[in-house]
Ligand binder design. Structure first.
Ligand code: ZN
Length: 303
């Protein structure tokens, strides 16, 4: 039996039709992100979905910078952020109202409209130099995050896209999160109506194959990526491309936090002092940075 690799993003394409895709499966990486926080189970599940979707999406756009996926909403889980650097470093965090989450009924935990409420989903690509910032934004419309994404792709005239996502937490016997996405690539306009019809039929066939994939298959650690993909698309001539490595890693450091403190005015900074120290916790990775009063005084003197 060939076991699945713990964390992979597998790009692939189909030879018999202009379709490309990617399969994302996450285990150790997601466990590390979850361990950095102490979120409720339902928040961890949505965090898993958001990271898997972000990794499926990250190369859809002309990408050369920091990619951010953010949901801001008015409901119990009101903020969810994932960011991915061009080096493949991922971090994620969430904010939620615990009492509101606890009062949700079990059957409502799978519904975006109950867990997040009204809100929107935004993708941002912040280039390192030069180019303009890209932002795509869409209202949270749909019962699942995958449905919200379909809505985004339809609305923003991006490529036709099919996407499924699954996440499990606690995950004692399964992987934590997975996503499978396919996109129809642009081709020269087909004059012949029969050719056009065949091309459309091909795309719908690929979509219906995608739809047959279950959450159990996506998250099954004994089912390898290759077996999963070949089973689905062998008739379409699937070609698997090389894997891209990603890891869970935060970008915070002492200098950055110090720079942030320097940007506050003196009064706000003084208000942060507790027992002669300012303590700052990174919301993404939970690491805590302590600045002594002497450090703070030198910060104040410099500004
Ligand atoms: Zn951090």
């Amino acid at each position: 039996m060939i076991a699945a690799s713990p964390d992979v993003v597998v790009p692939f394409q189909l030879d018999k039709m202009p379709v490309r895709g990617r399969l994302v499966r996450l285990d150790d990486l997601m466990r590390k992100i979850i361990a950095q926080h102490s979120y409720p189970e339902v928040v961890n599940r949505y965090l898993g979905e958001a990271v898997a979707l972000s990794l499926a999406l990250v190369n859809c756009f002309k990408f050369d910078g920091l990619f951010t996926f953010q949901i801001s909403a008015a409901g119990p889980l009101h903020l969810l952020v994932v960011d991915i650097t061009r080096e493949g470093h991922i971090r994620a965090c969430a904010r939620y109202h615990d009492d509101q989450l606890k009062s949700l009924r079990c059957e409502d935990l799978d519904k975006v409209q109950c867990v997040f409420g009204a809100g929107h989903l935004a993708f941002t690509i912040e280039p390192q130099v030069g180019e303009d910032r890209y932002q795509g934004i869409v209202e949270l419309t749909g019962t699942t995050l995958a449905e919200c994404l379909h809505h985004f792709f339809r609305q923003s005239e991006q490529l036709e896209t099919g996407i499924i996502v699954a996440s499990q937490w606690p995950a004692s016997t399964s992987m934590v999160a997975g996503a499978l996405m396919i996109q129809r690539m642009p081709v020269a306009a087909l004059e012949d109506s029969q050719e056009k019809e065949e091309a459309d039929d091909g795309w719908f066939r690929a979509l219906s194959l995608l739809g047959t994939t279950t959450s159990e298959e996506l998250l099954n650690p004994t089912l390898s990526e290759n077996v999963l993909l070949y089973r689905l698309f062998w008739e379409e001539g699937i070609r698997i491309n090389s894997l891209k490595p990603y890891k869970a890693q935060c970008r915070c450091n002492r200098e950055k936090i110090q720079g942030m403190l320097e940007n506050f005015d003196e009064l706000s900074r003084k208000e942060m002092v507790i027992d002669g120290k300012i303590e700052v916790n990174c919301e993404f990775c939970g690491v805590s940075y302590t600045f002594q009063e002497t450090d703070i005084r030198s910060l104040i003197k410099r500004t």
